[in-house]
Ligand binder design. Structure first.
Ligand code: 2AM
Length: 480
C-alpha cells in the first residue's frame, strides 16, 4: 500500500461519509476506514467517482495509507466510541501525527483527550462542525481547536472544504488550543436554541395577538428576511409556515406535535455558563421552553388555569404590532448574541484560549444553522474594539436597541396582557434593563445574606467587608 492519502476518515455514517466526499471533491486523496467494512464499500460504490478514495479494511492498512504527518478524522458518536477509536489508533501513529475529532464532544472531554495525546507526541484537534449532513457535503462552518502546529498542517484543507461567506472568506478558523473549538461549537448551538425560541415567540405573537394565519405570518417572515434579520433560520421559518400538510390540507405547523426535542448541546451551554458565572438567561429560557413543551402531562393537568380574554386587534393595529415584533425580535437577538459572546470570552479567559471573537462571528456567516447577515455587525464591533465589554456597548448595537426599546417593551407588555408566554423576549429585555440599571436590588440581597448567614457585605462608601449585628445592638463591624 502506497502512502498517498492526504487525510483519512474513520466512522463513515452520514456525517463522516459526507465529509470524506467533500475532501475528495476538493481534490484531496481520502483514505477510508470503518469498523464495519460494508459501509466503506458502499461509500466507494456509490460515490467513488467523485474523487480519489483509498478504501481500507484494517486500522493498520488505513494508517499506512496516510501521508505524514498523518491526518486522521474521527467521525463516530461522541463519548465512549470516540475514546475507543482513539485507543485503537493512537498506538499506530507517530510523533507529529494529528487526530481530529469532528463529533459533538463536550469540550472537557476534548481537553482531556488533547492532554493525553500530547503526552504521546500526538496532536489532537477537537473540532466543531456545523451545518448538518448538507453542510458536511457542500461546506460546513468549521471550528477547530488544538495546537498551532496542527492548524498549520490541517488549516488549508479545512478552509478548502468549508462554506464560504458572501465575500468569499472561508468559514473555518483556528479557534484556540485544546477544547476551544468544541466550546465555541457548544455556544453556537446554545445561540441557535435562543434564535429558534425568539422566532417561535414572534410567530406565536403574530398568531395569537395579531390574529394572523400561518400563510400570512410566512409573508411577514419573508419580508423580515430582506432586512437586518436576513438569516437561514428566518428563511426556513417562512417556508415552514407557508407549507400545507398534504394529508389534511391544514397548515403544516398545526399538525406537528408541539413538544420540542433537544440533543444536549443547549443544555451543556447553560450548565457551563453556570459554572463560569455567565448570565446566559436567553439561552437558558430557550432550553427550559423546550423542556416545558415536552411535559405533556403537566401541561394537560394545567390547561384549566385562568388566562386573559382575547382582545382581537384591528387590521391596522395588527400590522403596526407586526412591525413592533420585528423590533423586539431584533433587539432580543442582539441580547442572545451578547450573552453567547460573553460566555465565549469567559471560557477563553478561564482556559487561556485567546479566542478572537470577531473571527468567530465571521466563520458563522456561512454553512451553519445560525448563518445571518447580522454576524458582519458583530465582527465589525470587535474589529473596532477587541476589548468590547459587551456587544450591547458597541455604538451601533446601542443605537439599534435604543431605537427598538419602546416597541420591545410594548411587545412584552402585549404578550403579558394577552397571556402569550415570551420567556425569550422578556428575559432579553430584563437582561438589557439589568445591565443598564444604575442600582440593582442586589444590595438588598447582600443585606439579607448578611442577616441570615453573616455572609458580610461591601459598602458603596468604604473598602472592606462588613457585618452588622442583626437583632443585637446593630453595630457595624468590619469583618475584613
Ligand atoms: P459501524 O458502521 O461499524 O457501526 C456512527 O455510528 C459511525 O461510528 C459508524 O460508522 C460506526 O461504525 C462508528 N462507530 C461507532 N462506535 C464505534 C466504535 N466503538 N468503534 C469504531 N467505530 C464506531
Amino acid at each position: 500500500m502506497s502512502t498517498q492519502a492526504d487525510i483519512g476518515v474513520t466512522g463513515l455514517a452520514v456525517m463522516g461519509g459526507n465529509l470524506a466526499r467533500n475532501f475528495a471533491r476538493n481534490g484531496y486523496t481520502v483514505a477510508l476506514y470503518n469498523r464495519t467494512a460494508a459501509r466503506t464499500r458502499a461509500l466507494v460504490d456509490e460515490h467513488g467517482d467523485e474523487g480519489a478514495f483509498v478504501a481500507t479494511e484494517t486500522p493498520e492498512e488505513f494508517v499506512a495509507a496516510l501521508k505524514r504527518p498523518r491526518r486522521l478524522l474521527v467521525m463516530v458518536k461522541a463519548g465512549e466510541a470516540t475514546d475507543a477509536v482513539i485507543r485503537q489508533f493512537a498506538p499506530l501513529l507517530e510523533e507529529g501525527d494529528v487526530i481530529i475529532d469532528g463529533g459533538n464532544a463536550h469540550f472537557e472531554d476534548t481537553r482531556r483527550r488533547e492532554r493525553e495525546l500530547r503526552e504521546q507526541g500526538l496532536h489532537f484537534v477537537g473540532t466543531g462542525v456545523s451545518g448538518g449532513e448538507e453542510g458536511a457535503l457542500n461546506g460546513p462552518s468549521i471550528m477547530p481547536g488544538g495546537s498551532k502546529e496542527s492548524w498549520q498542517s490541517l488549516g488549508p484543507m479545512l478552509e478548502k472544504i468549508s462554506a464560504k461567506a458572501e465575500d468569499g472568506a472561508p468559514c473555518a478558523t483556528h479557534i484556540g488550543p485544546d477544547g476551544a473549538g468544541h466550546f465555541v461549537k457548544m455556544v453556537h448551538n446554545g445561540i441557535e436554541y435562543a434564535d429558534m425560541q425568539l422566532i417561535a415567540e414572534a410567530y406565536d405573537l403574530l398568531r395569537r395577538v395579531a390574529g394572523y394565519e400561518p400563510a400570512r405570518i410566512a409573508e411577514v417572515f419573508r419580508t423580515w428576511n430582506t432586512g437586518r434579520l436576513d438569516s437561514y433560520l428566518i428563511e426556513i421559518t417562512a417556508q415552514v409556515l407557508a407549507h400545507t400538510d398534504a394529508a389534511t390540507g391544514r397548515p403544516f405547523v398545526d399538525v406537528v406535535l408541539d413538544q420540542a426535542e433537544q440533543k444536549g448541546t443547549g443544555r451543556w451551554t447553560v450548565q457551563t455558563a453556570l459554572d463560569l458565572g455567565v448570565p446566559v438567561s436567553g439561552i437558558a429560557e430557550a432550553v427550559f421552553a423546550r423542556s416545558l413543551s415536552g411535559h405533556a402531562d403537566l401541561r394537560e393537568a394545567s390547561r384549566e388555569l385562568a388566562g386573559p380574554r382575547p382582545t382581537p386587534l384591528s387590521e391596522e393595529a395588527a400590522a403596526a404590532f407586526a412591525d413592533q415584533v420585528e423590533q423586539a425580535l431584533y433587539a432580543s437577538k442582539v441580547v442572545s448574541y451578547t450573552q453567547g459572546f460573553h460566555q465565549i470570552a469567559a471560557g477563553s479567559q478561564t482556559y487561556d484560549w485567546d479566542v478572537d471573537l470577531g473571527r468567530v462571528a465571521s466563520i458563522w456567516r456561512g454553512g451553519c444553522i445560525i448563518r445571518a447577515a447580522f454576524l458582519d455587525r458583530i465582527t465589525a464591533a470587535y474589529d473596532k474594539d477587541p476589548a468590547l465589554p459587551s456587544l450591547l456597548s458597541d455604538e451601533r448595537f446601542a443605537e439599534e436597541t435604543a431605537a427598538a426599546q419602546d416597541d420591545w417593551r410594548a411587545v412584552v407588555s402585549a404578550a403579558v396582557q394577552g397571556g402569550v408566554p415570551v420567556p425569550g423576549f422578556s428575559a432579553a429585555l430584563a437582561y438589557y434593563d439589568a445591565l443598564r440599571a444604575e442600582r440593582l436590588p442586589a444590595a438588598l440581597t447582600q443585606a439579607q445574606r448578611d442577616f441570615f448567614g453573616a455572609h458580610t457585605y461591601r459598602r458603596t462608601d468604604r473598602d472592606g467587608a462588613f457585618h452588622t449585628q442583626w437583632g443585637g445592638d446593630r453595630s457595624e463591624a468590619d469583618a475584613g
